[in-house]
Design a protein around this ligand. Sequence first.
Ligand code: HMG
Ligand code: MG
Length: 300
Amino acid sequence: MKARITEVGPRDGLQNEPGTIPTETKVRFVDALSEAGYEEIEVSAFVSAERVPQLADAEEVFARIRRRAGTLYSALVPNERGLERALHAKVGKIAVFTAASETFNRKNVNASIQESIERFRPVVEGARNHSIPVRGYVSTAFWCPYEGKIAPERVVDVVQRLQDIGVDEISIGDTIGKAVPVEVMALLDRLLDHLDQDRLVMHFHDTYGTAIANVLASYDRGISAFDASAGGLGGCPFAPGASGNVATEDLIWALTRTGATVPPDLDRVRAASDLLASALGRPLRSRVHEALSGAKPQAR
Ligand code: HMG
Ligand code: MG
């Protein structure tokens, strides 16, 4: 099976960084990722600069990156204002985002789940008028930092509401990286009664070290699209305790060795992670990256 990876490092990875990252570094990071041959790179977010200062330069990043044919360059869009900005920046795809937990959604976007979905209606319609595909994220799909365990029925309900407004695919977020495979399988068993597996994407954070196990459990259920972050960077400023996304290097390694075809080139992803690590002045967190850095070629 061919796996489709959305690289979310430039958005999910950088939104949570404490220090200021120069626009030039972001552009070089995205350009290095483009060299790896992704189908999709989530470049930034057209959200409030006050809420997420780290991504306030979204327009400039989009204007300066070198776009590779065959790669979709996407961004988060929370409302019509965000769509306007995204269209102006010539994004290839947008992602609207809500959650399965009311408390998290309120903290993240200052709206109830239903209010946020109502905001998306004109956004999805506008994107459609410009032939731009739309992803819908459902955060806190397993655990919420404020409400605890989230019942699968709540996720199914939000997924159905997103489908009703016409999103093309749904990304299921384990925002605080606390899910384990039995929970993933239980949710997928319910979700797959309602939508085709090709329209589902899994977005695992790796706080408790179970992200790869969750990826493989999803793959076993026929899911082939995953989000990942080069070097395992990531986290949500509005979800206390959330750490990085599953590292793209680890994801490529695990899926390839399970028999999947995974387009991004592992060594080029590693090069992009190295570039970012040296710009941030600290090593990133990918087990595969570390192992390969010390390994002789024949040990791979
Ligand atoms: P609001 O807080 O309800 O307030 O915004 P508002 O609508 O009254 O706007 C407040 C200010 O923001 C105003 O400026 C607006 O103009 C401005 P002021 O008049 O005070 O100068 N504003 C905007 N500026 C630029 N672009 C816009 C925009 N919209 C309003 N599009 C809003 C609601 C959603 C915009 C805000 O709460 C927000 O930006 N929140 C940030 C949410 C965010 O980016 N969270 C992180 C990403 S989600 C995530 O990480 C999870 C994920 O990875 C999956 C997973 O792991 O589960 C996707
Ligand atoms: Mg995330």
